[in-house]
Design a protein around this ligand. Structure first.
Ligand code: NDP
Length: 279
């Protein structure tokens, strides 16, 4: 016995009725770097939420490789919701191909939310940092999100245009969330520099913040919200085992913040608890 609801076959009726009763915050979301760490946990919590989006585009560099095993298993369990998309964020060809694939899957609808989560860190003091380290980290952490914004802009516009009130912004309507870091804050640098110098990472994420601010201004006319979000210090390959937060704790906070964003948050940097971080 099953029921069809908004094109989805409902099999586990108890759970599915809960899903229908809970207001869905957004219909579609795309997450980059979703095969591990914070990205994978975002997909897990989004699909398990009682208000799960209808479509989740889980992007990763190597969908068929061993590093995407957990994501593949999750996607197999939620075939009707999760689509795995091959995406190297700093490759223009790959971003264009991914945007085309997502457009086809959306079947005429727009995309509500892009979470630019993919990122790299090459920890380095001044002596350890050369041109290559700076360029490599900048390419992933800045060029990637910029290409994503450029090529997914039409799908985000399509989603935003479906709402009548031009002044209202939210992730239900249309938004880009750039995953940044506390270490990007110029104001906070004196408090945390000696603990983690990380020249390439800090420089690139400060540039990501400027990209966020520019896009927030640029996309205001389209009613697309753009903000930067610090996930906290999190136990992942990048964060290491000493980090105080589990991915589950960080992502639960991130989702609460993301779902409560309004136009006043566009162009800001917030942390996973919703606190403002000064640039
Ligand atoms: P991980 O190192 O665990 O995961 C990084 C993810 O990004 C992987 O999925 C990786 O894919 C992907 N990725 C890297 N480069 C590219 C690329 N060019 N194209 C596509 N995907 C790419 O990191 P976290 O989960 O910890 O970090 C996620 C985000 O959170 C990052 O932006 C990071 O800067 C930020 N952050 C993390 C903190 C922490 O404490 N962990 C603190 C503050 C911010 P692959 O498996 O193929 O390498």
């Amino acid at each position: 016995f099953f029921v069809i609801w908004e094109g989805r076959k409902l099999q586990n009726l108890g759970r599915e009725l809960l899903i229908i009763m809970a207001a869905r915050v957004f219909d579609s979301v795309l997450v980059t770097g979703s095969n591990r760490g914070i990205g994978l946990e975002l997909i897990r919590q989004l699909v398990d939420s009682p208000s799960s989006p209808l479509q989740i585009f889980a992007c990763c560099r190597d969908p068929d490789g061993p590093s995407a095993k957990e994501l593949q298993t999750l996607a197999d369990k939620h075939k009707d919701v999760i689509t795995i998309v091959q995406l190297v964020t700093d490759s223009p060809e790959s971003v264009v191909a991914a945007a085309k694939m997502v457009e086809v899957r959306l079947n005429g609808k727009g995309l509500n939310l892009v979470i630019n989560n993919a990122g790299v860190n090459i920890p380095g003091s001044l002596l350890e940092t050369g041109k290559q380290e700076l360029v490599d980290v900048y390419t992933t952490n800045v060029v990637g999100p910029m290409l994503m914004a450029k090529h997914f802009h039409p799908l985000l516009c399509k989603s935003a245009a479906q709402f009548p009130d031009q002044s209202k912004m939210s992730c239900s309507r249309s938004a880009i969330v750039n995953v940044s870091t506390l270490l990007s804050s110029i104001k906070k640098c004196p408090e945390n520099f000696s603990m983690s110098p990380m020249y390439p990472y800090r420089l690139s994420k400060a540039a990501l913040n400027m990209l966020t601010r520019c896009l927030a201004e640029d996309f205001k006319k389209d009613a697309i919200l753009v903000m930067a979000l610090h996930p906290g210090w999190v136990q992942t390959e990048m964060g290491g085992p000493k980090a105080p937060l589990t991915t589950a704790q960080s992502v639960s906070g991130m989702i609460t913040v993301i779902t409560s964003l309004t136009e006043k948050h566009s162009g800001t940097l917030l942390d996973w608890e919703g606190k403002v971080i000064p640039w």
